[in-house]
Design a protein around this ligand. Sequence first.
Ligand SMILES: [Zn+2]
Ligand SMILES: [Zn+2]
Length: 305
Amino acid sequence: MVRKLLRAALIASVAITVSTPATASNSWGGYHWARITNPVSLMVNKALTKPVWDTAVGAAVSDWNSSTGGSPGVTPPLLGSIPTGTSSILSLSQRIASGVSTKQCSPIAGQILVCNDSYGQRGWLGIASIWLSGLHITQGTTKLNDSYFNLKQYNTLEWRAMVACQEIGHDFGLDHQDTTFDNVNKGTCMDYTNAPGGGYIGIVNYGPSNVYPNQHDFDELVTIYTHLDTTTTAASFASTNFGVRLVGKAAPAPLSTQSSGDSPAEWGRAIRFDAQGRPDVYEKVLGPGQKVLTHVFWAIGEGPR
Ligand SMILES: [Zn+2]
Ligand SMILES: [Zn+2]
């Protein structure tokens, strides 16, 4: 009994008790795919070399096609239930990208490309890059770094699920709901954490898992995508480098086909920082109104070097 009380006291003192208000918005700067109707048909191309990534990325894409958050887990292993329903905003298709360099992961016009490779011990688990024309996303990539996921610490279902889900979420124009790693999980992959599976690490209780999008993410997508545009930047069923389809507008400048790169030197200027002070969004200006933004998921204790 005494031991139990002692343990409870320890938990009370160590567990993070700060309760931050629910994030009002996790729109990433209002950036979105232009479309003339909803849902927007988006192709997610997969250049994946491992079955574990096929599983994680395939599940993430199908979760993002949902409309309703699942319930967060309350008993170990705390994974919770997967989202349900059909999104009125995103109509995602997925296919295997052939003939794509996973190392480069060069963008495909009007589409999303997800790659895995050993990008080196550069400090990051995953990055997501979006190419912008004004507020409109014209192409997006996600890179998942096996140089970390091959390590025991990150070689888990939960780490893969969270990072794949989050980096793909950025490609739709979503931001984080929370950028503190060592507080209680919000039950969404758009929340940084040291414990993607939730539950206890040592005596700290992280609460629910962060492996799926939650209701707030789906609501946010509705907010971001409620307005319609007069053009579309999504080229869902075109073959590679189809270019941006435009309705009633002059042809746009050709899109960059160059990879966003693997290091801060290639990502441009740091424009935002996480709760630990590490830069987590970089911006590279490509031309008037044209830029590429890169969201970085740093490994625990790592950062730019
Ligand atoms: Zn728009
Ligand atoms: Zn992120």
